[in-house]
Design a protein around this ligand. Structure first.
Ligand SMILES: Cc1cc2nc3c(=O)[nH]c(=O)nc-3n(C[C@H](O)[C@H](O)[C@H](O)COP(=O)(O)O)c2cc1C
Length: 250
């Protein structure tokens, strides 16, 4: 009696495999636009970031202020990431603005003040990573940036319970638009300047303990430099602290 072998099982279909942009070869994009050496770096990661950011702005990087913000809830440890805009850089940290009542990031930072940022400037083949501890700006500090926002964005901040479910059976987007109309009525007759910053909305400062500057190189042999804050040193008189710079393997 002959038994026939079962048909070979099909490999699971891959929807994406080794994508290589416009290239017909599956090899990853090569980076060759620039190099980075210790002698080019500022002793301060703030100054170095400012130099790279300004260069990204003048090199037609679209929206170089776009940054991936990662936060993590405790005790679960579940991490969440999303893009936000970097709105300020000062010697005390990197500042982003958001809703701190209903969003996922609000829940995360309420349980865990650690946060991380990652910028990717493709036109320059550069990445910057930031890790540190975050804190809310005061209402007065937040009001300064809120004050320069467009009227519609101010109304939107009041109206949107960021990341809350908008139930279809209750009207879906119509619920949001009704809330917007309510806020427009509330602030009717007030000038743009008179619209107050909501208590639940404002800035989050990420005080960096680590900043990494990454310059893409050929064959994945990238240049990477990490600034590490040496706790407790150089912070007298409001100084930004003492930074150690190390080259990392790619
Ligand atoms: C390019 C870009 C920039 C964004 N900038 C912000 C921002 O500055 N602040 C903000 O709260 N959400 C911003 N968002 C929306 C967030 O990605 C996200 O949807 C929202 O903050 C809710 O996230 P959460 O519930 O995980 O906290 C931006 C989205 C994109 C794609």
């Amino acid at each position: 009696m002959s038994t026939s072998a079962p048909p070979p099982s099909q490999p699971p279909q891959k929807l994406i495999f080794a994508p290589a942009g416009q290239s017909t070869t599956p090899q990853a994009t090569q980076y060759h636009k620039n190099t980075l050496s210790l002698s080019q770096l500022s002793p301060s990661p703030y100054t170095q970031f400012h130099t790279w950011f300004t260069s990204a702005q003048t090199s037609s990087v679209p929206q170089p202020e776009t940054v991936c913000l990662s936060t993590a809830s405790l005790p679960s440890g579940a991490i969440s990431s999303r893009y936000v805009y970097l709105k300020e850089l000062s010697p005390s940290g990197f500042i982003v603005y958001s809703n701190w009542a209903t969003s996922r990031k609000a829940r995360d930072v309420a349980s865990n003040p650690q946060a991380a940022l990652a910028f990717w400037w493709a036109e320059q083949e550069r990445q910057v990573r930031v890790e540190g501890v975050c804190e809310r700006l005061t209402r007065e500090e937040s009001q300064v940036y809120f004050g320069v926002r467009a009227r519609g964005s101010k109304i939107g901040a009041w109206a949107s319970e960021q990341s809350k479910v908008l139930r279809e059976e209750e009207g879906g987007r119509e619920v949001l638009e009704r809330r917007v109309r309510e806020q427009e009525e509330r602030w009717e007759g007030k000038t743009d300047e008179e619209i107050e910053c909501p208590d639940f909305w404002g800035g989050l400062r990420i005080r960096p303990q680590m900043v990494e500057f990454w310059q893409g190189r050929d064959s994945r042999l990238h240049d990477r430099f990490r600034y590490r804050l040496v706790e407790g040193e150089g912070e007298e008189d409001g100084g930004e602290g003492k930074w150690v710079i190390e080259r990392l393997s790619p």
